[in-house]
Design a protein around this ligand. Structure first.
Ligand code: ADP
Length: 260
């Protein structure tokens, strides 16, 4: 009886170990698949502007007397492709920095009203150009422990998207609220909206609802992945509510006090 008593836990332990081992293998496989997918996406995204530039350059070289106007047009297109390549590389670098450990956070007491004011000021010219009304409502003063650079990047992406994916003469409302534990930033727009089936994918790297539209307006598909990483590093949460053709609301919730 005593022998049996000992042999049962032994058997169970082996079984448990092998189950844990299988679970770990499965997780490693998922990680490896997503790493491979990321590398293949990055290569594809970086190759696209280069292919366009090559076609434009070859076409100029193959003609003997290129009219000045055509030459200028092609060189402008090449310049735009270079800007695009630059944006992808910068976004990738931001993402890589955010993927590092949370220890890289530089947490300080920050006035969130001021942080939002700076974002609005910086993005106002883009909104004006599109005749989008950009309104800020932050009546209650909020001070919280955050990494200013990373949080600023996260929130800028949301406001920039709200302008980019808006209709001409639409509006964007940014508001700040607070309770005893968290502060909440809400970015609401009157834009094109996000189809329901896409809403769970928009935070994935390189995911775009409409690839050509995003490309046209200078998107890389990395903005929301960057935002999500930065929010999670602050132990916060982000959610989206959207109705196609009517508009989108993103809400970010961040703890006032950063727990190590
Ligand atoms: P992008 O660089 O393409 O803007 P993001 O990661 O910032 O990439 O966003 C992913 C996709 O989510 C966008 O391509 C767009 O289709 C959709 N999206 C993001 N924000 C909004 C918004 N406010 N309104 C409508 N669509 C949006």
């Amino acid at each position: 009886f005593l022998e049996e008593d000992i042999s049962i836990p032994d058997y169970t332990e082996t079984q448990l170990l092998s189950e844990a081992y299988n679970r770990m293998l499965k997780r490693l496989r998922v990680l490896e698949d997503s790493r491979q997918e990321f590398v293949s996406n990055v290569s594809h995204e970086l190759k696209t502007p280069i292919t366009s530039m090559k076609v434009l350059a070859d076409s100029l070289i193959s003609q003997d007397d290129v009219p000045v106007e055509l030459y200028k047009e092609f060189m402008t297109d090449i310049g735009e492709e270079i800007d695009r390549e630059n944006k992808i590389i910068n976004d990738l670098l931001s993402l890589v920095k955010l993927d590092k450990k949370a220890a890289d956070l530089h947490i300080e007491d920050k006035n969130i009203n001021e942080l939002l004011d700076q974002i609005i000021k910086r993005l106002k010219p883009i909104a004006d150009k599109k005749k989008v009304e950009l309104v800020m409502e932050n009546f209650k003063p909020v001070v919280a422990q955050v990494d200013e650079t990373k949080l600023s990047l996260a929130l800028s992406n949301l406001v920039e998207n709200a302008i980019k994916y808006n209709k001409d003469e639409g509006w964007v409302h940014v508001s700040l609220n607070v309770d005893h534990k968290y502060f909440y930033v809400k970015v609401e727009d009157s834009g094109i909206g996000i189809p329901e089936e896409s809403q769970e994918h928009i935070f994935e790297r390189f995911y775009r609802v409409d690839k050509s539209h995003s490309r046209e307006i200078g998107g890389t598909g990395l903005g929301l992945a960057i935002t999500r990483s930065a929010v999670l590093m602050h132990r916060g949460a982000i959610k989206v509510y959207s109705k196609l053709g009517e508009g989108t609301t993103f809400t970010v919730r961040i703890p006032l006090i950063h727990a190590e």
